[in-house]
Design a binder for this molecule. Structure first.
Ligand code: ADP
Length: 341
């Protein structure tokens, strides 16, 4: 079999749990023919997926294929280079931070907004792209929900600006905030790429992207179309959220997206009257996941009514909140900066 024929067969093999081919995902690092034997090198982290793929490759290419693996053990020091050589649809941004979560409702957008504003408060030029096609809530959280899409003379979309950051949301493509974006994932992906290329961001130190939750096509494509400097994962301490975020961590590791760290949100609640602490969604989950996957825990944000109120009013708590609320997000930004600068 020639290399070309081998590649064709490998192209038909899907990554376990995803409907994307291992060739497409750049999991296949190398194919060699060594003394009449085929050697396939896979670049991946996940032991279970490696076992499953090895079996599938043997089924496709025959039992005497040799399967090697790269990237089984990652160094503690994450290499923030871009190992899978993605395209770069955002050459105007020095660094791209993808904020994501395993499931919805855990506070991913709130973290995206306040992290972006905190980075701007540190003096960086920041653009925030709301790419959460299922719940594009960023305009409401930064007080720009009333704005409509605008184009400049170069036919580029002009981002909104508030709290020192530039903002663009896929939500602005609908006539009103309650119109759902009913997009197939392929359409969503091309719309997002268009956003990346067609918005007049100017030069940015950071492009922060509020990604949709989960581990679908959109995340994978964004990872291929952008050199993501670091992914920030948001979770609550609840077991179901932790299971979901673990899957997202594994996916990013396997597609070679560096992980900037984990934010545990809604970690606990301090009753304002009695000052008693309640661990509403459980305790210690974020720490455990961070340890298990060897990623930093960037912060633990309590359930805080002020965070919700300021966010609903379109005034990010990191800008308008009290000292505590500002502190949650400033310290996350500082920790992230230590990793990505
Ligand atoms: P996601 O983007 O993960 O769907 P959001 O950021 O939209 O989640 O948050 C969901 C809701 O929870 C919002 O109403 C938000 O204001 C609220 N929220 C997020 N974080 C906190 C927090 N730490 N304390 C209180 N409310 C929060």
């Amino acid at each position: 079999m020639s290399e070309k024929e081998i590649l064709k067969k490998l192209e038909k093999i899907l990554y376990p749990g995803l409907d994307r081919s291992i060739v497409d995902l750049k999991v296949v690092e190398n194919i060699r023919l060594l003394e009449g034997k085929t050697v396939v090198t896979l670049s991946m982290q996940n032991d279970e997926a490696f076992e499953a793929l090895s079996r599938k490759i043997k089924e496709a290419l025959g039992d005497d294929v040799k399967i090697e693996r790269k990237g089984a053990q990652k160094r503690k020091d994450i290499n923030y280079g871009h190992t899978s050589a993605p395209n770069n649809r955002a050459p105007y941004a020095k660094r791209v931070i993808a904020v994501t979560s395993g499931k919805g409702g855990v506070g991913k957008s709130t973290v995206s907004v306040n992290l972006s504003v905190a980075l701007a408060q540190e003096g960086y030029k920041v653009g925030l792209l709301d790419a959460d096609v299922y719940g594009p809530n960023i305009p409401r959280m930064v007080g720009t929900a009333h704005e409509k899409l605008q184009w400049n003379e170069n036919d580029k979309i002009v981002p909104s600006e508030n709290f020192g950051i530039k903002i663009m949301s896929v939500g602005l493509t609908t006539p009103s905030s309650d119109t759902p974006l009913v997009w197939r994932s392929s359409v969503a992906v091309s719309a997002l790429i268009q956003f990346l290329e067609d918005v007049e961001w100017g030069e940015l130190d950071f492009l922060v992207i509020d990604m949709p939750p989960g581990t679908g096509d959109i995340q994978l494509t964004m990872a291929q179309e952008l050199p993501i400097t670091a992914a920030v994962l948001v979770t609550t301490p609840q077991p179901v959220a932790l299971d979901d975020v673990s899957r997202a961590i594994m996916m990013f590791k396997d597609i070679n997206v560096p992980i900037g760290g984990l934010v545990e949100n809604m970690s606990f609640f301090i009753a304002p009257d009695t000052k008693k602490r309640y661990d509403i969604f459980g305790k210690g989950g974020g720490e455990e996941i961070a340890k298990r996957y060897d990623i930093p825990l960037l912060g633990q944000i309590p359930l805080d009514m002020g965070v919700r109120e300021f966010s609903d009013e379109g005034t990010p708590p990191v800008a308008m909140g009290d000292k505590l609320q500002k502190g949650y997000y400033k310290s996350i930004a500082k920790k992230l900066l230590e990793r990505v600068l």
